[in-house]
Design a protein around this ligand. Sequence first.
Ligand code: CO
Length: 153
Amino acid sequence: MKRDQLYWFTWFVFRIGYRMIGRLNHIAIVVPDLVAAANIYKDSLGADVSIIHELPDHGVKLVFVELPNSKVELLHPLNESSPIFSFLERNPMGGMHHICYEVDNIYKAADSLRGKGAKILGDGEPKIGAHGKPVLFLSPKDFLGTLIELEQV
Ligand code: CO
């Protein structure tokens, strides 16, 4: 790379900064009745819905709603120790639980977020999420009242 090219390359990188989040991977909605919820998305909204999947490691069962540009996950707690059990108690009709954005490198994202003072939930380290890929969750207190999941794709 020539010197003037290097100058403009460096200017460009600093100018755009670190672009962390990419595509919207999914929106997760906690529902009181998974079969009824799947039927609402299938019959009223005309969406493609999956069968019910149980994820005991994550304490949830879920249905995937496949959209042309993203996914919706309908979640229901597997038992009382599920991380979404209390959410459903507070929101008995169901409600939006989190938004998941894709990132290229979850560890770089975690470092950058910590550097900006954002709180990563749990022990602060990325974990293997429901899709078998590393994820982390960010506190709604730092992000406009919305629980954010980042997933490395
Ligand atoms: Co999720």
